[in-house]
Design a protein around this ligand. Structure first.
Ligand SMILES: [Ca+2]
Length: 175
């Protein structure tokens, strides 16, 4: 009986380790989902370029979030929704108009948006002058949708109004 208990303990221990390893590992303060880690800066007042630099500097291999599926989109919307402060303008995401072909958007990892998962709000993208991707927050008129915005939109927002937050992403460590 004692041997059986020990064997059972070893099996449970090995299974637990396997689960923990499969889950991946994120830096303190980051949230893990499906092998990626996410971090949202909730007090930022930065332009898209600055938001991207912020992500790249805060952690190795980090950049603005790249959204490739509805499942991921819903998870990230939940993350934005979990913020207690008004996030009407949601977050900057890693989507940008191509410098050479303004009709095309690319993710910051170099993937063209064309043919991939898209979640634009109706009548968006709306203007070639709006070159940077944004994810509308829960209190927006069209929540949980994407918008193209002026890349310096954060400084165009009236004084005292909420600014777009910053949504960073990095691969989860597997070891
Ligand atoms: Ca727009």
């Amino acid at each position: 009986m004692a041997i059986k208990k020990t064997t059972l303990f070893v099996i449970v221990f090995i299974m637990l380790q396997a689960v923990l390893m499969a889950k991946g590992c994120c830096p303190c303060g980051w949230v893990e989902s499906n092998s990626f880690c996410y971090f949202m800066n909730g007090s930022s007042e930065v332009k898209w370029d600055d938001a991207r630099t912020m992500c790249q500097e805060i952690q190795k291999d980090a950049d603005l979030a790249v959204i490739t599926s509805e499942t991921q989109n819903e998870f990230l919307y939940g993350l934005i929704n979990s913020k207690t402060q008004d996030s009407w303008y949601g977050t900057w995401i890693g989507l940008e108009r191509n410098a050479d072909d303004e009709n095309k958007f690319y993710w910051v990892d170099g993937t063209p948006l064309s043919g991939q998962y898209e979640n634009w709000a109706s009548r968006e993208p709306s203007s070639n002058a709006e070159k940077c991707g944004m994810f509308w927050g829960p209190t927006a008129s069209i929540p949980n949708k994407w918008n193209d915005a002026f890349c310096d939109f954060s400084i165009r927002v009236s004084e005292g109004k909420p600014k777009p937050l910053v949504l960073c992403q990095k691969p989860a460590e597997s070891d």
